[in-house]
Design a protein. Structure first.
Length: 81
């Protein structure tokens, strides 16, 4: 069977990966079964928070105030205030 090149003509240059250098993701086990969405915060907003946990706490607070209910931690456990 003839090998085909990993580079395709329709790929942009920034997607030209060197697959020989790839390594397994060390965080894959922690992320299994979780939704991970990358969200880029504006610089002024990001400067207010020191961690992703702080961002999540603020968002849960907004959810509680808008819906009049308690937003729980994804594990189902409420976090201590």
């Amino acid at each position: 069977m003839k090998k085909t090149s990993s580079k395709s003509d329709d790929l942009r240059p920034e997607y030209d990966f060197d697959f020989k250098r790839m390594r397994p993701n060390p965080y894959a086990k922690r992320l299994k079964g979780k939704s991970v969405i990358s969200i880029v915060l504006d610089e002024d907003v990001a400067g207010v928070f020191d961690s992703s946990e702080a961002v999540n706490d603020a968002l849960r607070s907004i959810i509680r105030s808008r819906h009049g209910s308690r937003a729980s931690h994804p594990s189902g456990k409420r976090r201590a205030s």
